[in-house]
Write a protein that binds this ligand. Sequence first.
Ligand SMILES: [Zn+2]
Length: 286
Amino acid sequence: MTSTYHFLAIDLGGSNTRLGLFASLETPEFTPLASFSTRAAYDEQLEQMVTALREREVTGLEGAGMSVAARVARDGRSLVFGPNVPEYLGRALAADLEARLGCPVRLGHDTVCGLLGEKRFGALRENERCAYLTLSTGTGAAIQLGKGAAALTSSIEIGHQILDGNELLCLCGQLGCLETLTGGRQLELRYGRPLAEFADEVFWEGFSDKLALGLLNLAQLTRIDTIAVGGAIALQNPFLLPMLQQKLDTLLRGSRVQLLQAALGAHAPLIGAASLLAVPEETILH
Ligand SMILES: [Zn+2]
């Protein structure tokens, strides 16, 4: 295995962690290595990853990229905010992994990784001003603004923009966040049952009315023109994208934003984690 695979990608999600091996950074193809439930304890999580590599006799890695469901520190070396992994916050995650894996390690917010994956191999290949939006337990996004060979990618807090007239308290502590109306976790907490059980046509109309406002704000503030949409809520409800597109077209003046289905589906964070290794750290604003 040492001669074939040079790069490791890790998708550290709130509930599951997946590892994949890449022979090259120039294709999205990978070999799944392991999948296990994300450990709450930091040291146990690191040990699980090392064990998975040892069992498959993987050595001689040139680099590893990790997608995390948490906000990454500005220097890209640790995690600073993430309700899913409280015990990891402030730990020297990149350095600790480098010591165990024996290769350079890069970290990225899962939305940044989703964007990089879609940009290099998926729906955003042709776009210089674009965003990746994930509709899942939370509402997250990253944007990339580029011109020619230069491009900056930034994680943004799209779910925590305030919508006028919304008086719901968000889990983040602010009043009136978009995510109180579009985040799977907040909706399920408020209604007390799984999203699939209460989401009917009236619900989705309201959901997409609010989300369209959020996307309009995003477009006006950043002048992006294309958004790849992923995450479980989008993947499980294919009618949502055309509904959102129609509402956005009605609201937005002066430009048009094209919504596209994320092409890499559930693999976007893992493929994007490997893509971290193909773009300079200085081009990512964590
Ligand atoms: Zn909020």
